[in-house]
Design a protein. Structure first.
Ligand SMILES: [Zn+2]
Length: 944
């Protein structure tokens, strides 16, 4: 009934703005098809209510046989790419580029759209934006000349998060419209800008999602009974985190967008997401990051308000801005622009996660009028894929129109921001950062320098020793001079973050300081004479050089905190290695606990030489084995359990192990359930998961069973990186029993982040009680709604905080000082273990005495240094002195639980050694019985 009324209203609305279509002729049937797919006449604007007709260029409808955003259909990578190629073949206003290749081998395509002159002139236009990006070689007069015939480049990124399914079709229609429409607004956009469109930035995830839709979601419109809406993987390693690696550039999608950025220098990088009703145009609530030029904030607020204004004016409800994220952290895909003097922005539109039309409820908070949300939507709406597309495409057109209108001013701002950044480095300290080479782990120094270079931050190497006011540095020291256009980003990456304590709840991490992540120093200098130092400029990650030296039958490797020891152990897997448990001296050289002692073995010398040069490790030959307590350190068989219910964070563990060529067994829920674990693996690694305890055990609801994730003719993209006959049901209690058996039988289980809840709260480890003060990571972000409830709780939302080793001679401490720091997100807090906890029948009984013997490391600096190294912490009094790492004996095995995640997105490489130590020294950890008295639970063989 309602539907009929809407349709007649729609035809009325669509017949009215016919003048706004001129001089375009709508393609036959397009107005009706679009109207039919739109559920409410308010959910559309005149500019996207038709598709212009063209004799020459294929419209999406001609190519796909349907309009974009038609209900019940989703287009995959192959057909989308065929369409953009057809578009480019037919139109001299469109050009296609391949900008990357995904982990699974799919191309990542991008199209450029401009008028004919613009497309002919792309090389000149790219050279112009590149010249504006570097004011050292482009003075103000030259810049003005360049600006007069340069164009802003506006880049759209679609389909990054795979279950946000609408943007691909929105940008395909946008591309066609921009190429063929003769409306004055579109002509201006073509003449003033170069528009870049990446229709499927993550093609691996897109194809999995399209298969998932047709296999599990098609035809289902009742939201209350929908099955899981997304495949378990969106890429080889990550899920949502695929847009959170701008600083480290790990995913191929990210690398492709970064390469694009440094080739085109787009003025705007615009990412299309679908997580808020009905359209949120991002710019954050603040606090804003002080290392971004203030011009940028004015620019992105202006663009957002323009979108709100324009779309509200045509009667589209629910377009808002401001109240999403904080814009302090710029760690997302679009942040490549924010961090390099351009504008990074994005939309959150209202996606159904499916191409079907569904009845949706809008939360009360999103239906209230606010200054940033002037025309809220009703509580209940019927929402379609086309509605979502209408919002995305209308918004995009407004943004393009505004950019075209201000094209010269935006180019001038881009130049000015680059100039400001460079000038700051010339006129105000610090003038440079010095990164000494000799900081324990040459590999980590090289990796950190490599990451800076990957961001086009210029790094040089001192040709001679440097004398500065602050001190002297040897030749070879890495120098980041700050008189460069990306000075602001260099400062952001190399100094501590200070998130305001009274600021809004942050959306994600509050610290990304690289020296903190890498446990290295980058020393600022206020001595301007650093500019007179001769530097060799670096173009790539510095090469490592390790060697084998000396003479004798025994080889030693000094532990100076090297992160590459784990990789080295597997390069040398077939050889026997022992690890010193105390420091010792050899030829008056001090070898710290953790150093390796390797007796001569056939083939060893050559293997050490290749390991030394690959990983930058130095082995020394001596005549005899030093007299020091030591233990065997066989390379363990590692199993990594990846629950089907959350593959995201553990994907980063797989990524890091793969990068280091460390072998492991991928364990699915069904592999855990099948048991027989101890004969197959020595160390069971269970990473952080964003799941409550019950979800960790029971997994995806069995109500959806069976839910295969397997390559078939109908689902050719399924089955990677792992396959399943049924991803529902988790490990169940039978799987939990198998893990318990694994540990009882003498296995080492290592749990990270919220994965530790399974061990400590699931009953594998006894006598550790969860404290009420902490918040799980899943409530960490999401804007201000979580702020109030979490106000009093302990929050470390991605901050670097100090820790102290309670057991500095525990193998996990090898390579670290007794006082150090780690990166911590929001996780539950755990109390100090007790010998026993009170009995159920006696709730007034006291708990048993505290037993600190299992605490390897505690939160806080026991000598009183401030907790925060970088970022911010709330409610720290509840955190300090609680366990950060526990090593608890269980049966014949041990469980090591981290109350943080040392494997966070391949960022906190300085923390990783703690995990590597647990793996490398697994036998020693298992061999250690309880250091406490014999009444300790560990002495009970059957304490479960
Ligand atoms: Zn998203």
């Amino acid at each position: 009934m309602l539907r009929v009324a809407w349709l007649s209203l729609l035809s009325l609305v669509f017949s009215l703005p016919a003048s706004s279509q001129a001089p375009d002729i709508p393609e036959r049937g397009s107005i009706e098809a679009i109207a039919a797919a739109t559920t409410d006449p308010h959910f559309i604007s005149p500019s996207v209510s038709y598709v212009p007709q063209s004799d020459k260029v294929p419209s999406p409808e001609k190519f796909f046989g349907r309009i974009m955003g038609a209900p019940g259909e989703l287009v995959g990578t192959e057909k989308s790419y065929a369409y953009v190629r057809a578009l480019a073949a037919a139109s001299s206003r469109v050009k296609v580029f391949t900008i990357g290749r995904s982990e699974e081998g799919r191309d990542i395509l991008m199209i450029a759209i401009s008028d004919e002159a613009g497309i002919r002139d792309l090389d000149r236009l790219k050279a112009a934006t590149a010249a504006l990006a570097d004011p050292r070689r482009t003075n103000a007069a030259t810049a003005e000349k360049l600006i007069s015939d340069a164009r802003p480049v506006y880049y759209f990124n679609a389909a990054l998060h795979s279950d946000e399914t609408g943007s691909t079709e929105a940008v395909l229609e946008l591309a066609y419209r921009l190429a063929v429409s003769e409306q004055p607004m579109i002509r201006r956009i073509r003449e003033q800008l170069v528009v870049l469109i990446n229709p499927i930035s993550n093609p691996d995830g897109r194809d999995k999602m399209v298969d998932w839709f047709y296999r599990y979601l098609k035809g289902k419109t009742d939201r209350s009974t929908l099955p899981r809406q997304s495949p378990p993987y969106w890429s080889k390693y990550t899920f949502v985190d695929i847009n959170r690696d701008t600083h480290q550039q790990t995913m191929e999608t990210t690398k492709a967008v970064h390469r694009m950025f440094h080739e085109w220098h787009p003025t705007v990088v615009h990412d299309l997401h679908e997580g808020m009703p009905l359209m949120m145009t991002w710019n954050g609530t603040g606090p804003y990051n002080p290392n971004i030029d203030p011009i940028t904030y004015s620019e992105f607020l202006e663009l957002s308000f323009r979108e709100v204004e324009s779309m509200t004016a045509v009667g589209m409800p629910g377009v808002s801005t401001w109240n999403f994220g904080e814009a302090f952290a710029h760690l997302y895909l679009d942040s490549v622009a924010m961090n390099h003097n351009s504008i990074g922005r994005g939309y959150e539109t209202f996606g159904n996660g499916s191409a079907e039309t569904e009845k949706r409820s809008i939360s009360a908070g999103s239906t209230q009028m606010q200054w940033y949300h002037l025309m809220p939507p009703p509580r209940e709406i019927v929402w379609s894929a086309r509605d979502n597309l209408n919002y995305q495409e209308t918004g995009a057109l407004v943004a393009l129109e505004e950019t075209a209108r201000q094209s010269k001013e935006m180019l001038r701002n881009f130049y000015k921001k680059s100039w400001n950044s460079w000038q700051k480095g010339l006129t105000q300290p610090p003038y440079a950062f010095l990164i000494p080479q000799d900081q324990g782990d040459p590999a980590r120094v090289a990796q950190m320098v490599g990451r800076l270079i990957g961001q086009h931050i210029e790094v040089g190497r001192a040709q001679r020793a440097i004398q500065l006011h602050e001190g002297n540095y040897p030749a070879g020291t890495f120098v980041v001079r700050l008189d460069q256009p990306y000075r602001n980003y260099a400062v952001d990456l190399l100094t501590a973050q200070n998130y305001p304590k009274n600021g809004e709840a942050p959306y994600d991490d509050v610290s990304w300081e690289l020296p903190a992540h890498y446990h290295l120093e980058a020393i600022p200098t206020a001595d301007p004479s650093i500019r007179d130092v001769s530097l060799t400029s670096l173009t790539d990650t510095p090469q490592l050089s390790g060697r084998v030296s000396g003479e004798g039958a025994v080889y030693l490797l000094k532990d100076t905190g090297q992160e590459s020891l784990l990789a080295a152990r597997y390069r040398l897997a077939q050889f026997e290695i022992q690890i010193a448990e105390r420091s010792f001296k050899e030829d008056s050289v001090e070898f710290a606990a953790g150093s390796w002692i390797i007796a001569g073995q056939p083939g060893l010398h050559d293997a050490l030489q290749s390991t030394a040069s690959e990983l930058g490790l130095d082995f020394v030959q001596v005549s005899s084995s030093p007299n020091v307590p030591k233990h065997a350190a066989k390379a363990p068989r590692v199993g990594v359990w990846v629950p089907w219910a959350d593959t995201d964070s553990i994907g980063w563990i797989r990524y890091s192990l793969d990068q280091r060529k460390v072998p492991y067994t991928y364990l699915r829920d069904e592999d855990i359930r099948a048991g027989n674990l101890r004969p197959r693996i020595d160390v069971l690694l269970y990473g952080h998961v964003d799941l409550e305890l019950a979800e960790q055990i029971e997994g995806l609801p069995k109500a959806w069973s069976p839910m295969p994730f397997k390559k078939t003719a109908q689902t050719p993209s399924f089955g990677t990186p792992a396959e399943s006959d049924d991803i529902t049901g988790g490990i169940g209690y039978e799987g939990l029993a198998q893990i318990q058996r694994f540990v009882n039988d003498g296995g080492l289980m290592v749990t990270l982040g919220s994965g530790s809840a399974l061990a400590l709260e699931g009953g594998l480890v006894r006598f550790v009680r969860r404290s009420s003060g902490g918040v799980p990571r899943s409530t960490a972000g999401g804007g201000s709604s979580s702020a109030a409830s979490a106000q009093s709780a302990t929050r470390t939302p991605g901050a670097h905080v100090r820790v102290t080793f309670d057991r500095p001679d525990h193998p996990i401490a090898y390579g670290y000082a007794a006082h150090t720091h780690v990166f911590r997100q929001n996780f539950p807090l755990y109390n100090i273990p007790r010998r026993w906890l009170r009995m159920a029948y006696c709730t007034t009984c006291l708990d048993g005495p505290e037993d600190r013997s299992g605490i390897v490391m505690e939160w806080g600096d026991s000598e009183g240094k401030p907790l925060v190294v970088s970022g911010q912490v709330w409610g720290e009094e509840n955190l300090v002195k609680r366990p950060a790492i526990l090593d608890m004996p269980v049966g014949k095995g041990h469980v090591v639980s981290f109350n943080f995640n040392p494997m966070h997105r391949d960022l906190n490489r300085g923390d990783q050694r703690m995990l590597w130590n647990a793996i490398l020294n697994w036998q020693a950890i298992l061999a250690a019985s309880s250091p406490a008295d014999p009444t300790h639970p560990a002495a009970e063989p059957d304490d479960e």
